[in-house]
Design a protein around this ligand. Sequence first.
Ligand SMILES: [Zn+2]
Length: 192
Amino acid sequence: MKRLAVCVAATASAIALAAGPTAAAPSPGRHGEAARHHAPARPASESARLARSILNTKGITYAGAHVGGTDKASLPKQNLVDVSHGRPARTSPWGHKKGARVALDTRMLTGVLKLNTQYHYRFEISEFVGGEHSSTSKHYAGRAVDVTWINGRHVGKKADHRGFMNACRKLDATLVLGPGDKGHSTHVHCQW
Ligand SMILES: [Zn+2]
């Protein structure tokens, strides 16, 4: 991808040089063509790179279904795939923000990645922006993650949720909820 970008840019420069001074004011048609050719060569955004890194991390896995309904387009792995391709993540067609498209926050993505690479947790993500959350939930802003399995144990059934929650806090999460907090007996919520 990077090599292609360099190649295309070099070709465009060569054409501009060969065309001489008139190239400084290209015709609208030619300008349009150049813009179209350059579009796919844009460098990946930080969120796209982070999403790709998370997808490539073996210790991070994903729920294959939502709790409240069936919608593959808003499953957590698909949220990351979309963002890795430069597209916003999709919410579910139910809940408080139906069928929306939202970016995933780079602080949240960095935290999720480091929970594995820095704190060595193996965990399963149940939701990013999909599923149903409270009306003002930061899930709908792409700033929260829910985790149901930690190191092979389900949250609420002997998983080390305290250690995991502390790791979220050390990674600068601004709100961390889990067993003992209302509505969080079986999952950990970390938000940035
Ligand atoms: Zn949550």
